[in-house]
Design a protein. Structure first.
Length: 206
């Protein structure tokens, strides 16, 4: 009897010790199975239909112009004298391709004819390659506008402007038929430097 009294509690303890880890394992939260790769968002740039891409570019261009006019009253005045304009963007994530790459649109103001374009780096010295920004061009006449759109344009190494009262690029006047502005996330940049950048027609969207 004494032996049984000793053995029974001992066997119970052994059983509890054996079941303990199993019980804890059962109570432990199960690891979730790896989630399936998320499907590409229907609104993502790669999966958008062409019309949707154009609409997005148009919307971004409109926002950029509105931001510019609020930041610089003289820009609005110069816009009203312009034959056309172009807006390029790498500020929005969808358009940020690599380096200084981005998308844009050029429009003749009176005819409303639009041409969708791209911008990129012409060399390692692209000043806005590491920045998120928007570039707004204003064109004084039809010839300058058409040359930009049809033949593309590459900014020289000295293509820079200061957004001040005396700066040519402040949009107070046209220089060689063009004026341009650089907008950052906080609005009009104190200085604009688009040297080393190039612009050309978008083969996909036209």
């Amino acid at each position: 009897m004494k032996t049984l009294r000793i053995l029974i509690p001992l066997m119970v303890c052994i059983a509890l010790l054996a079941l303990g880890p199993l019980s804890l394992a059962a109570d432990a939260p199960k690891k979730e199975a790896p989630k399936e790769t998320a499907k590409a968002d229907e609104s993502s740039w790669k999966t958008m239909k062409l019309d949707s891409k154009r609409q997005k570019i148009d919307a971004v261009a409109g926002e950029a112009l509105e931001k510019l006019f609020k930041s610089n009253a003289k820009a609005k005045s110069l816009y009203e004298k312009s034959y056309g304009y172009a807006v390029f963007d790498n500020l929005k994530f969808a358009f940020f391709l690599s380096g200084g790459g981005g998308k844009g649109v050029a429009e003749a103001i009176k005819t409303k004819k639009k041409t969708y374009m791209e911008m990129g780096s012409a060399g390692a010295g692209l000043s806005f390659g590491g920045q998120k920004c928007q570039i707004v061009f204003l064109f004084q006449d039809e010839k300058t506008f058409n040359n930009f759109v049809e033949n593309g344009w590459q900014a020289s190494g000295t293509a820079s402007a200061t957004a001040g009262e005396a700066g040519a690029g402040a949009g107070t006047t046209f220089v060689n038929g063009m004026a341009y502005y650089q907008l950052g996330e906080k609005g009009l940049m104190a200085s604009a430097d688009i040297s080393g950048s190039k612009y050309w027609k978008d083969a996909e969207l036209n």
